[in-house]
Design a protein around this ligand. Structure first.
Ligand SMILES: NC(=O)C1=CN([C@@H]2O[C@H](COP(=O)(O)OP(=O)(O)OC[C@H]3O[C@@H](n4cnc5c(N)ncnc54)[C@H](O)[C@@H]3O)[C@@H](O)[C@H]2O)C=CC1
Ligand SMILES: N[C@@H](CCCCNC(=O)[C@H]1CCC=N1)C(=O)O
Ligand SMILES: [Mg+2]
Length: 259
């Protein structure tokens, strides 16, 4: 599991505003509107308990404060518990949190204590980044390319298949690709084919996963992948809109998902 580093989380609000502008330009909607559409839910100033968790690799210095920034950006009443782990969970529940946010090294959840709904970061991130890609105003067809079919990419591909897009996908892991072909009906993308896409979802932990032959003149690359999979030169040469940030958009999706 690729873990965030404190460096990834620097300048979070600036990164979020920059990406929100790109999303508005490329889709006509902002992040909140897109999340409302996906889940048919709205926010109403809910109280959010943020519980640091020490297990595994331990606390990431600015992870909880990043979650606080995000909850406040969306008008919620966020609070980081004084203690981590069970003591922190007890504190959050006792202080009447409506939603609990907490993450160990494998799963990051949002749990709504009022309606019992629970959501994971990797599924919600895949879904929201797929939705962003799929709403590209200048798309030339319903063809969309998904690069990486892991926990995030698979959820994104599943969402796009449900939305009736023609989903092409690539993953070097043959079992992963075969599983997605069988279960989702995705079309395995053949890099040899000169099939260029105007919508790309990239969810891999590697750089340079997007090649020249994959992207159309005008293209929206929507990627939660860290580091960025779009090489600098390709980003410059074509008219490519890039939506990429380390945490916020996925957390917004988690919160709307449990309303
Ligand atoms: N920005 C955000 O909000 C979030 C970002 N992430 C990041 O997203 C990335 C993916 O996360 P997971 O799905 O949990 O990882 P994962 O390890 O479950 O899946 C990654 C997949 O990418 C595939 N892959 C590797 N190189 C590739 C290439 N060159 N072309 C195509 N596929 C390739 C692997 O075979 C694997 O199936 C990680 O970098 C993670 O840190 C994860 C959650 C939230
Ligand atoms: N236990 C730590 C948080 C660990 C988060 C690890 N998970 C990731 O880095 C995932 C979540 C989004 C992208 N990668 C703490 O409470 O400070
Ligand atoms: Mg995100």
């Amino acid at each position: 599991m690729a873990l965030l580093t404190p460096q990834d989380l620097e300048g979070l609000t600036k990164q979020l505003e920059y990406n929100n502008n790109t999303i508005k330009k490329a889709t006509g909607m902002d992040i909140a509107d897109i999340c409302k559409q996906i889940y048919s839910t709205t926010l109403d100033g809910e109280k959010v308990g943020i519980v640091p968790i020490t297990s595994g690799n331990g606390i990431i210095s600015n992870f909880s404060s990043s979650l606080l920034t995000i909850t406040e950006y969306f008008g919620l009443d966020g609070d980081i518990t004084e203690h981590p782990d069970v003591t922190g969970y007890y504190e959050a529940v006792s202080s009447d949190a409506d939603i609990i946010l907490m993450a160990d090294d494998h799963i990051f959840i949002a749990h709504n204590m009022r309606n019992g709904k629970i959501a994971t970061n990797h599924v919600c991130t895949g879904v929201v980044y797929a939705e962003i890609a799929s709403r590209y105003k200048y798309a030339d067809s319903k063809d969309i390319l998904v690069i990486g079919l892991g926990r995030v990419g698979y959820a994104g591909a599943q969402h796009l298949v449900k939305k009736d897009f023609d989903v092409y996908a690539y993953d070097p892991n043959r079992e992963t690709l075969e599983k997605a072909r069988k279960e989702l009906g995705i079309i395995p993308y053949d890099p040899e084919e000169k099939h260029k896409f105007s919508m790309v979802l990239e969810a891999t932990p590697n750089p340079n996963t997007i090649s020249e032959g994959m992207v159309a003149e005008r293209c929206l690359v929507s990627t939660p992948g860290i580091p960025c999979g779009l090489p600098e030169d390709i980003g410059k040469k074509n008219e490519i809109d890039l939506v990429m940030e380390p945490l916020m958009i996925g957390v917004a999706s988690m919160i709307y998902a449990v309303m």
